[in-house]
Write a protein that binds this ligand. Structure first.
Ligand code: OSB
Ligand code: MG
Length: 373
């Protein structure tokens, strides 16, 4: 039984080793919203909101997440007896429009706390079966094709099992061709447009078919499903939906319209693990492979992604790179590492998320905090 007594919100500032630029915005110093859940019996759980500083990926921002958690979500959790973490997503969804990211942060924290209290690994509580998960690298927009090739080659040599290239108009076909020519046709490459195109670009986008890409991620509007079907109908390259998948119903739309063939599940984007598992199961029943995306998470959010990616239908490499890809030093111990085959270990033998938060480091990085009770 869970009985949360208080939730501590903290904003920490974590500088990225290198600026991460996508078609819809960029980030250098990651503002991370951490949540610490304290149970009546003293047990502790952790989670992280994946919201960015600006509303350039989703409407949610780190500041709106803070406000919504404080004023609307935390009051539904604090002081309540919770038997099953599966009941939390519906509890937070009731009457609340949108705000998937703050809802996800609260929901995932309860799963983490529950796993710890039951003395089992979070991955096991979620129904995960993998002991290691395949990892890809997500490369932000670069100055030139040469700069991109350099980064892609380093990533490939490090063992990453998928090279994801961010694209936008003016930095797309030529950039991808340069990587394709340099690394050869056997290296798994994909592209992510973060909504940078419209159907007017159909003929242009069809040129990607020549590179045998694993997939083209979210080329059209962030909230579109139907138009992606028009594009998928004329492209061989599988379309993967990221932003558009807000829940099971959007996957149903994708299936009905044939808008895509692959789904990127980010638990922090779809209001948590319960909805993620439902999406995973629906995709599995319809032979749609899924993979776990990333949002430049600290080691806490990364732990949650790793746990989710251990479920069986996560058959494609996820954006769950090791800590050193992002940070000089992560906020968890041990840090997340990847072996030379591009695999990250799932901490199946440790309770909860399987890593420990480095409190001293978090304290040093904290910009502000608030205790909710
Ligand atoms: O679209 O997957 C995306 C980062 C910020 C916002 C959106 C996206 C991303 C990434 C980062 O691609 C992937 C990672 O965390 O390694
Ligand atoms: Mg994406």
């Amino acid at each position: 039984m869970i009985h949360v007594e208080k939730i501590i919100l903290r904003e920490i500032s974590l500088p990225l080793r290198e600026r991460f630029q996508i078609s819809s915005g960029g980030v250098q110093d990651r503002r991370v919203l951490l949540l610490e859940f304290i149970d009546a019996d003293g047990a502790v759980g952790w989670s992280e909101s994946v919201a960015g500083e600006q509303p350039y990926y989703y409407p949610d921002t780190i500041d709106t997440s803070w406000l919504v958690i404080r004023d609307y979500l935390a009051p539904r959790i604090i002081g309540r007896d919770i038997d099953e973490p599966r009941t939390v997503a519906p509890l937070l969804a009731d009457g609340v429009r949108g705000n998937l990211m703050p809802r996800g942060a609260v929901e995932m924290g309860i799963w983490e706390l529950t796993a710890g209290k039951r003395d089992i690994a979070l991955s096991k509580l979620l129904g995960g079966t993998r002991r290691r998960i395949g990892t890809g690298i997500s490369l932000g927009l670069q100055e030139s094709p040469e700069a991109l090739v350099e980064k892609a080659a380093v990533g490939h040599a490090a063992g990453y099992r998928k090279i994801k290239i961010k694209i936008k108009p003016g930095a797309d076909i030529d950039y991808v061709r340069a990587v394709y020519d340099a690394l050869g046709p056997k290296v798994p490459i994909m592209v992510d447009a973060n909504n940078a195109y419209t159907l007017d670009d159909t003929e242009h986008l069809k040129q990607f078919d020549e590179f045998n890409l694993m997939m083209l991620e979210q080329p059209l509007a962030w909230d579109d499903v139907r138009r992606h079907a028009d594009l998928q109908a004329v492209m061989r390259t599988p379309i993967c939906l990221d932003e558009s998948i807000t829940g099971v119903d959007r996957v149903q739309d994708m299936l009905a319209w044939k808008s895509g063939k692959i789904v990127n599940i980010k638990p922090g984007r779809v209001a948590g693990f319960g909805p993620s598992i439902a999406i995973h199961d629906l995709c599995q029943a319809n032979d749609i492979p899924v993979w776990c995306g990333g949002m430049l998470e600290s080691g806490v959010g990364r732990a949650h992604n790793v746990a989710l990616a251990s479920l069986p239908n996560f058959s494609l490499p996820g954006d769950v790179s090791p800590s050193c890809r992002y940070w000089e030093q992560d906020i968890v111990l041990p840090e997340w590492t990847m072996d030379e085959n591009g695999m990250v270990g799932v901490p199946v033998d440790k309770p909860g998320m399987g890593v420990t938060v480095d409190r001293d480091r978090v304290d040093n990085l904290t910009v502000h905090s608030e205790t909710l009770k």
